[in-house]
Design a protein around this ligand. Sequence first.
Ligand code: ZN
Ligand code: ZN
Length: 345
Amino acid sequence: MKAAMVRGIEDLIYGEFPTPKAGKGELLLQVKACAVCGTDVKVYHYGHRLIKFPRITGHELSGEVKEIGEGVSGFSSDDRVQVAAAIPCGECYYCRLGIQAMCDNLKAIGYHYDGGFAEYILIPERVLANDCVNKIPSGLAYEEAALAEPIACCINGQEISGVGLGDSVLVIGAGPMGCIHAQLARVKGASPVIISDVDDERLKMAEFTGADRFVNPTKEKLSEVIKKENGGRLADHVIVAAGSGPAQTQALEMAAKRGSVNFFGGLPKTQPTVNLDTNLIHYGELKVVGTHGSAPRHNKIALKILTSGAINGKDYITSVFPLAEIKEALTAAESCRGLKVIVKP
Ligand SMILES: [Zn+2]
Ligand SMILES: [Zn+2]
């Protein structure tokens, strides 16, 4: 099969590799679409603590069942499926609590297992055993279904923040994750929903989300805009959908009393320390949380939301590349000029 393999830092080759075979308890999928995630770009440049090279990366994927291993039930050949990226163990303390994203023995597609930047992907037994393979509802294209994984992460984040009916939400960062958060907040009945970004072009691109207000904080005073839109109060929930220390500092200043701040985007590992005014947390009784990944059930909810049209996957797909042009696809994702980049083997 053709595949793109990362052999080491900034050493990515596209070529011919042996096609895996589905053994006992496994599935073989023909990959139909794999979206490029910010972490795919990071892994290419800097590696990742969980990845031993060589590795085929790509974890936001959908495909068609081609081989069914012995003992696998519930799937037939040609089934259209989406795969959750984070694979819990199903046995540890957190898994038993139902918080699979925090599994002590978490494994991930494209990290511990070969991923979706290939013509075929082997789905290991553990992925099936933990309900991480979902059938794609008819009417939803493979490219759209590949977006279920990033949407699942946002669903997890908003559950943690506690976004609910009538809440005011500020999303910092107008990239694909920020846009998903804005639309998801709307699905949850939040109002007003405000997106802020320092890049006017990105703000313009986010207009399709239907957020109530788009703010460039270098041009307008963000806190004033929020108060104006929200009856004189700051935001009940602030979601930092950007890997930025200054955005985290600013987020605390934008939260209403008893509000929440979610550090949704991680910071670069070389610069994880930020100066925060913790008195804002103290006096405002703020809830400061983080989000990392998603549980299998969040992927199922994401597929439902995509199917309902409340989030239209097509709005997010700004470019599609053939697998042979994987490097161009990574560059396009890195440029931050579009939203999601899809690779089609
Ligand atoms: Zn991702
Ligand atoms: Zn576990």
